[in-house]
Write a protein that binds this ligand. Structure first.
Ligand code: AMP
Ligand code: GLY
Length: 424
């Protein structure tokens, strides 16, 4: 099987790495890829990731058997539809099905129809409605831009003024706003691979969304992740599949817009049980870096079975017993104004237990320089979360990038056994 991976982040680097480890995958290409991916696979220019005909043309010229679409923007733009219409297998939902991520109001409507536990919400199209909704929910306020906002759409705040200001800015941009009840409790990301009917959960992971240690500072795309989660209640994955993922997938099929690919279920474990915070229509970044590090089953076969509708025939997934931790190295000024163009040095050689995945990097006159907010993902694998943490941070410590920042507490509480789920 020849696979083409669309995207340029550390998530796509992890996917490429996973596919290369599948003996039935004979060739991996990426578009546009990044300098880290280019070391192990062929990268091809793709100026516009949402250009379905360009992706089809590239896949045809490469003889790709499977196109794996990493980010949300091409999915929402219907790139998977274009690939499938050309007779090539695609991993990822149709544009219509990707509305589960593309519109928070749509996702809430599906959740209500499928009786999925989630935060109470108000869909608002005017300032008056938003004001009334904030009054109804009370603080802390949760205000979400309805559409794709590249991680900048959600404001969680105790300030009514800031909450209303965010709603106003969404209305000014012509958008709809979702105001919802605040959910309290540790967060879990569960990726459910599906072919539109069968749901296959992967190992749960936890992401660290805030930029600073101790969950201080603004939200980011994600500053680190780990798996497994020794602290989650037994049976959580089964409960989430039964109460959330399967009913959602069944509802999407019932609506005539079957969802295949990855349903990313973002949850808060509240005293009342798991509640959905958000759906995404793709693998999460940086959780993918740790989940795929632990997956022993062949990745190509899994993604292909999702695309072909044959997940029910796949043998049960096998996992490494080891833990995995990833720490994101971000540029100075991230997330508000990331500084780019700085030299990156000190990259250690990869081993199976400690390696770097590239995200915001590019080569400039033969030198590796920073090219985005999240620059690199250091991954460590080890017999315990503590060992995996140590391996990841050893890699982080070797990398030299002026002004770079990273969190020092990724997986710390879980490794120390101090993280607990609140009970009623
Ligand atoms: P989202 O883009 O929906 O994942 O939101 C980004 C982050 O905002 C989440 O990971 C949560 O940390 C936080 N968040 C979103 N919705 C809620 C909610 N209803 N209650 C508490 N925190 C939330
Ligand atoms: N890790 C969060 C996301 O991928 O949206």
């Amino acid at each position: 099987m020849k696979a083409l991976v669309i995207g340029s982040g550390a998530r796509e680097h992890a996917i490429v790495r996973g596919l290369l480890g599948d003996p039935d995958v004979t060739q991996v290409d990426a578009a546009p890829g990044n300098p880290g991916i280019a070391v192990v696979a062929q990268c091809h220019p793709l100026p516009d990731l949402t250009d379905g005909s360009a992706v089809v043309e590239l896949a045809r010229s490469l003889g790709s058997d499977l196109v794996v679409i990493g980010p949300e923007a091409p999915l929402v733009a219907g790139v998977a539809d274009a690939v499938r219409a050309a007779g090539i297998a695609a991993f990822g939902p149709s544009g219509d099905a990707a509305q589960l991520e593309g519109s928070k109001a749509f996702a809430k409507d599906v959740m209500a129809a499928a009786d999925v536990p989630t935060a109470r919400c108000y869909v608002c199209t005017s300032e008056a409605e938003a004001t009334a909704a904030l009054e109804a929910t009370g603080a802390p306020y949760v205000v979400k831009d309805d559409g794709l906002a590249a991680g900048k759409g959600v404001v969680v705040t105790d300030s009514r003024q800031d909450a209303l200001a965010h709603a106003r800015s969404c209305f000014a941009a012509g958008g709809t706003v979702v105001v919802e009840e605040f959910l309290s409790g540790p967060e879990v990301s569960l990726f459910c691979v599906t072919d539109g009917t069968t749901v296959l959960p992967l190992a749960p992971a936890q992401d660290f969304k805030r930029v600073g240690d101790g969950d201080e500072g603004p939200n980011t795309g994600g500053m680190g992740a780990y798996s497994p989660l020794p602290w989650v209640p037994e049976g959580l994955v089964e409960e989430v599949v039964t109460r959330v993922a399967q009913p959602t997938i069944d509802e999407m099929r019932r609506r005539g817009t079957p969802f295949c690919g990855v349903l990313y279920v973002g949850l808060a474990l509240t005293t009342a049980g798991p509640r959905v915070i958000e759906f995404n229509a793709r693998f999460g970044d940086p959780e993918t870096q740790v989940v795929l590090a632990r997956l022993r089953s062949p990745l190509g076969a899994l993604l292909r079975a999702s695309a072909d509708g044959t997940l029910d025939a796949l043998p049960p997934l096998a996992w490494r017993d080891e833990a995995a931790v990833t720490v994101v190295i971000a540029s100075e000024g991230y997330p508000s104004s990331p500084k780019t163009g700085d030299l990156i040095a000190g990259l250690p050689d990869s081993t199976d237990e400690a390696y770097l995945l590239h995200a915001g990097t590019r080569t400039d006159a033969g030198e590796l320089v920073s090219a985005g907010g999240r620059v690199l993902s250091a991954v460590g694998v080890g017999p315990s979360l503590g060992a995996a943490r140590a391996a990841a941070y050893r890699v982080v410590d070797e990398v030299r990038l002026r002004g770079s920042q990273h969190r020092t507490d990724i997986a710390q509480a879980a490794a120390d056994g101090t993280l607990t789920v609140p009970t009623a």
